[in-house]
Design a binder for this molecule. Structure first.
Ligand SMILES: [Zn+2]
Length: 85
């Protein structure tokens, strides 16, 4: 049977899954800044703070920043500056 447009008319939702990865500078653990389980239960994306910086309006990805991150493994703190795509 030849496929018709109706054959392909099923519509589904897309699912966007974002990870924002950084290696802890102290223990090298791979941390997802968007996963509170990796950042000692602290939400760094409050009010979309990190996601909004993915699409800078008047700045560049070099200006991306996230401060006072606590590594979920070694509990030491560090900052992130700059975002690579
Ligand atoms: Zn660490």
């Amino acid at each position: 049977m030849k496929p018709t447009l109706k054959t392909f008319s099923t519509t589904v939702r897309a699912h966007l899954d974002i990870e924002m990865l950084v290696n802890c500078p102290h223990c090298d653990y791979l941390i997802d800044l968007l996963n509170e389980g990796d950042t000692n239960r602290y939400c760094h994306n409050d009010d979309g703070y990190l996601i909004r910086q993915m699409f800078p309006k008047n700045s560049t990805h070099e200006d991306f920043e996230c401060e006072d991150i606590t590594c979920g493994i070694c509990k030491k703190k560090f900052n992130v500056r700059g975002l690579e795509w």
